[in-house]
Write a protein that binds this ligand. Structure first.
Ligand code: FES
Ligand SMILES: [Fe+2]
Length: 369
């Protein structure tokens, strides 16, 4: 049973020190302690429909090749040849014809990572090709999303226990990405998460969102730990967060009752934000590039049956959130500018910012672990 409560904050809770947002040393430590150990969401399984389909991702200073092998298993290989270390695959995505070949001397690996062909090596005394498979990161599949972990602290099902089954009513695992928009935002990755976790800014920054969904309607059910969030209400039943405020799309899955006028927002530390709407799902993939630079990919998922209907057009949703996202990025970039000033010192969180204080607590815990 989920229990939802009004946002709240403990007395004396303040924002983090400036160094957490601007220091290259802290950024490097985060890459090691957070992005090198946590489960990171890197895309959708639907991108790997066929054996040999692949995409590459960069995380924690590593390049990974994510592909589906002949047995149907999704694997994530370090993009590093076992011969002399060469980066094997330079493309963002594509299809391997049954094997993965290094462009330098042609060592060739199976889709399961095993080294199959290494020219002129059989004569080398003591060489055993079974000792040189591609190295692998851990992979987990959840609700159609692909997660990778370089050196996981915990098993995926243990780490994600609080979220298991939570999104079944929206059938998130069966949805398809209709559109994705990529943003390069000039701020620290944590500001993106913090901004997502409060609607204190909504009346000023998002007048069009505030008109459809009141900023004080938020209620939270996950308010401590790596996963934080809850719902906001629509002012009127039957409306949707789109440019027109309406949608002709049917509700997803088995969504009914009060969920027809609620939008749920969750932050999934440290790589991902998931929002379920009655008729679509929006996700943000967050990739830190530098202390003051973050790539965010915002994707919109719909029911494949709805998408197959003539005239399906997700533009009303994509445009609404493109406007909203850009409003957010703008204020996040302004915050980043102020954080590097000598005038900045940690400021007090409001009662509408309890989740931000919880985010900071979780951040401190993992950085100190
Ligand atoms: S470095 Fe890959 S085959 Fe030589
Ligand atoms: Fe916002």
């Amino acid at each position: 049973m989920q229990t939802f409560v009004r946002p709240n904050v403990g007395a004396g809770a303040k924002t983090l020190d400036a160094s957490c947002y601007i220091s290259a040393e802290i950024f490097a430590a985060e890459q090691e302690r957070i992005f090198g150990r946590d489960w990171l969401c890197v895309g959708r399984e639907e991108s790997l429909a066929l054996t040999g389909d692949f995409f590459t991702v960069q995380r924690a200073g590593e390049s990974l090749i994510v592909t589906r092998d002949a047995g149907g298993t999704v694997r994530a290989f370090f993009n590093v040849c076992r011969h002399r270390g060469t980066r094997i695959c330079e493309r963002d995505s594509g299809h391997f014809q049954g094997s993965i070949q290094c462009p330098y001397h042609g060592w060739t690996y199976g889709l399961d990572g095993a080294l199959k062909v290494a020219r002129n090596m059989v004569e080398v005394p003591g060489f055993d090709r079974t000792e040189y498979p591609l190295k692998e990161a851990a992979v987990a599949l959840w609700e159609g999303f692909v997660f990778v972990a370089l050196a996981p602290r915990a098993r995926f099902d243990e780490a994600f226990a609080p979220l298991m089954g939570r999104f079944a009513r929206w059938n998130v695992g069966g949805l398809t990405t209709a559109r994705s928009v990529t943003y390069d935002v000039a701020c620290n990755w944590k500001l993106i998460f913090l901004n997502y976790s409060e609607c204190y800014h909504c009346p000023l920054v998002h007048p069009q969102l505030d008109k459809l969904s009141p900023s004080d309607s938020g209620r939270n059910d996950l308010s401590e730990g790596p996963f934080l969030g809850g719902y906001s209400e629509m002012r009127q039943a039957g409306t949707s967060l789109t440019m027109s405020g309406h949608s002709s799309r049917p509700p997803l899955g088995t969504v009914a009752g009060e969920e027809l006028h609620r939008v749920y927002y969750y932050t999934i530390f440290p790589s991902f934000m998931l929002s379920t709407h009655p008729d679509y799902v929006m996700v943000h993939y967050v990739e830190p590039l530098a202390p003051n630079r973050t790539r965010v990919i915002c994707s919109f998922l719909f029911d494949p049956q709805t998408m197959a209907e003539p005239g399906f057009d997700p533009s009303d949703v994509v445009e609404f959130w493109d406007v909203t996202n850009r409003q957010d990025w703008h204020v996040n970039e302004l915050t980043q500018l102020g954080l590097s000033s000598r005038a900045y010192s940690p400021g007090p969180y409001s009662n509408a910012e309890g989740l931000l204080s919880a985010f900071d607590r979780h951040y401190r815990r993992v950085m100190e672990a």
